[in-house]
Ligand binder design. Structure first.
Ligand SMILES: [Mg+2]
Length: 385
């Protein structure tokens, strides 16, 4: 090990698994509970090799860079330079590449990423984030959402975020807000995330008023502007009391900061999987300087590392669970849990993974048993850089 690892090779590993009782929602692109359905799913792991034998690993891989120039042959510790290059090239591949670089840096220095960033949070308060509402069975009615919230409360969760059924009437959504609020309001934090499914601003307003009645902690991405309108969300904030959480669909750091400065959100959306830990920490510090909190989107080791590095973040999002689908994520990490049972009843927290880099070891037995393909997409020996 020479302390300056040079990126020599990029490898992509694809695996597949069959998920049961899940399929694509008839209302859109979101995975949803469909009893009896099976769905063959695939996912990628990126492995970034260096000349001193350290390998950075990350999964999922939301996108790939258009070119490996400016990455291959470079020092894996030059995160700022590579971040800026990829950003200027359109940001494709930014999240996966940047997070691989963080994994390498942690492995070089023998510390988890959050410790390199000066963080000290070993336990992360966690909220449930439901799968979207179903057509039948659990999570198909306001009362069944309330049942699940009560179950989550009993398991130790401090928060419950609703992804409602897209395509339902606004009256059914306000009834859902009320049913969950009546059942567990005041005993756990509640959030509502219609993922931009409402056709009109007025729909967002009506659901916002319902959230006001029950003091929801936040309303997220309510209507179909794709969650990025500065004027619309500033206006919505004037008309409802519930804090807004906007920015999930905004690009990277600058567009999210623009949302904050425009007064279009109360809480700030970070996304370390999509945009990388480097961009997310810049955003976390921008939010901190403005006196605001950042909430990380989605599950996974890198989300935990990001939150553990911040003072100003409230919840880890244990996402896309359903009473009959308590373990929706492929079990690719050893000794790491993103199932419904991951949270401790004692403190409502999940642990920050502590191994060097992004904190985890991959379960290669499971991955190799589900292997689809393994290919080298860039190799310094080929002179492609
Ligand atoms: Mg969301």
């Amino acid at each position: 090990m020479n302390g300056n690892p040079i990126v020599t090779k990029i490898e992509l590993i694809e695996f597949a698994w069959v998920a049961e009782n899940i399929g694509l929602s008839p209302f859109g692109h979101q995975p949803t509970y469909l009893p009896g359905a099976t769905w063959r799913r695939t996912r990628t792991i990126m492995r970034m090799h260096t000349d001193d034998g350290i390998v950075g690993e990350v999964s999922p891989v939301p996108s790939l860079p258009g070119s490996w120039r400016g990455i291959l042959g470079e020092s894996a510790l030059d995160r700022e330079r590579i971040y800026n290059r990829l950003k200027l090239a359109g940001s494709e591949g930014l999240g996966a590449v940047d997070n691989c670089l963080w994994d390498i840096a942690g492995k070089v220095l023998g510390l988890p990423a959050f410790r390199l960033l000066g963080g000290d949070r070993a336990r992360l308060p966690t909220h449930i984030s439901t799968m979207n509402g179903a057509l039948d069975g659990p999570l198909s009615t306001p009362e069944s959402f309330a049942d699940y919230a009560e179950e989550a409360l009993g398991m130790g969760y401090g928060g419950f975020k609703i992804h409602p059924w897209p395509g339902g009437s606004i009256r059914s959504h306000t009834a859902l807000v009320a049913a969950v609020g009546d059942r567990v309001g005041g005993r756990m934090d509640l959030m509502m995330d219609p993922f931009c499914s409402y056709p009109t601003f007025a729909d967002a307003l009506k659901v916002g008023w319902a959230c006001d009645d029950y003091r929801y902690l936040w309303l997220e991405d309510p209507y179909a502007d794709n969650g990025v309108s500065h004027f619309g969300h500033r206006k919505l904030r004037e008309l409802i009391k519930t804090p807004l959480l906007q920015g999930e669909k905004a690009k990277g750091l600058e567009e999210r900061v623009n949302l904050i400065i425009a007064g279009a959100t109360d809480l700030v959306r970070g996304d370390p999987i999509e945009w990388g830990l480097t961009s997310t920490m810049k955003l976390a510090h921008a939010a901190e300087g403005l006196g605001l909190d950042i909430e990380m989107h989605g599950v996974g080791p890198v989300c935990r590392q990001a939150m553990a590095a911040c003072r100003n973040s409230n919840y880890y999002e244990l996402s896309w669970v359903h009473p009959d689908l308590p373990a929706p994520h492929p079990p690719i990490f050893a000794e790491y849990d993103d199932t419904i049972w991951a949270v401790s009843k004692d403190d409502g927290c999940v642990p920050t993974p502590l191994l060097p880099g992004l904190g985890v070891r991959y379960d290669w037995d499971w991955i190799n048993a589900h292997l689809e393909s393994r290919r080298v997409v860039a190799d310094i020996a080929d002179g492609v850089h």
